[in-house]
Design a protein around this ligand. Sequence first.
Ligand code: XMP
Length: 508
Amino acid sequence: MANQRVVVLDFGGQYKELIARRVRECGVYSTIEPGNTPIEKLKEMQPIGIILTGGPDSVYKESAPRCDKQIFELGIPILGICYGVQLMAYSTGGQVVPCEVSEYGRTKVEVDDGCPLFYGMKKDQIGLMSHTDQVGVLPDGFKSVAHTATCPNAAIADDKRKFYGTQFHPEVENTPNGTEMIHNFLYRVCGASGDYNMADVETVMIEQVRRQVGGDEVILGLSGGVDSSVCAALLAKAIPGQLHCIFVDHGLMRKNEGDEVEAAFAGKDLHFIRVNAEKRFLTALDGVTDPEKKRKIIGTEFVRVFEEEAKKLGKVKFLAQGTIYPDVIESGANNSANIKSHHNVGGLPKDIGFTGLVEPLRGLFKDEVRKLGRQLGLPKSLIERQPFPGPGLAVRVVGKITKDKLDILREADAIFRYELERSRCKADQYFAVLTNTNSVGVVGDFRNYGYVVALRAVRTTDFMTCEYAKLSHQLLGRVSSRIANEVRGVSRVVYDVTGKPPATIEWE
Ligand code: XMP
């Protein structure tokens, strides 16, 4: 890409992605590179600015991550954040010292509004602090431009060399004017022109795909998830007539989901192949109760179906995947010759004879993928989809799976999702579970011995941990009443109030 670029050098901080995303939100392209990226490589990237991330170490620790000191001689503006500012001070002749009192959380910061970082801001700001070391002695050329009650150098500046640093984290929401500070760094210090936007990104991606693929054919495993759907829509625009999308409907989707995925792609210029494999999957799962076995069976069956369809097509040279930037960052690799087994076409066989991988989204964050999807005309229901496990409802029907149980679950789940979405309650993932417990109920004058349905709704950002969502009793009451009255075979509804840990999000 010919855009201006800001390089985020990673020293192990948990907010590195957030920094790069904030920069992109401000209209400037940014990438995350290892903290010890060689100076020659950095020069090749021609960044207009460099941001040093936070990190858990102390600069004095021998094993602490460092950058090439020559970056301070490149004449490129630098912003150091938390560990980043300490590293900058330490590397340019200052001293870092342990805090007398560690600072954690939202902290009052008094800033010098003459500093370009804080241009247009009031003196009193809030910054998220999280540190046990801080800059004690400033290097030559630096001055303090912000302080807190216990941190005299909460922000430092060397206007001549265009080096700035904050002990607090401007990239997080808990620093309310943080994005504005980053914006100021980009536009008032680095001379950004704001040339990064999704419309241009789309154009560049389309050109790149066309160059890579030429006149050959491409196959994509379409799960209906956000990433593979956006990938399909982009490729349909880039290489109309050369794309085959295989959507394996395993019969474990939510209510109407298969049809919605199909409808979203009906008008696109691609060969949409829907393989209705419900019978095949349910036969393979017949009588299976162990969740891990269910997952394995579904994974294997999925690969088989995909393989069969790919073979039928013949002469397909490229395999496309909806890999996105966090997948690349997490795998720690910048080249991805291998097909990643964790992806939505998990564990695809390598021996179908593809000559290359097409991964147009591998530079984008999730929110950017969503933006691109909207731009490409995909419906909201697809773009804003919450995560849905690959094994689908198989892990939400506890115990043995039958079509009848799946149908009951689909109805209950649809009611819950509908009611939650039209309420003011917030949850990041929410669904119904069909338990393997029966309970006695009464319908009219008759005894009803039906299933217990459990509702699960969680708040989380990373899906690694979660809290249960504090849904209102009014909402829970309405959902319970609707499910118990409208869904055949259900006698009782309960709400799961367990966090992760100790539970997991899914029941199986
Ligand atoms: P757990 O249940 O482990 O789930 O707390 C964390 C997140 O992962 C999703 N999940 C899966 N996704 N294949 C997937 O693609 C799976 O086998 C699987 N199991 C859980 C789950 O929905 C949640 O978002």
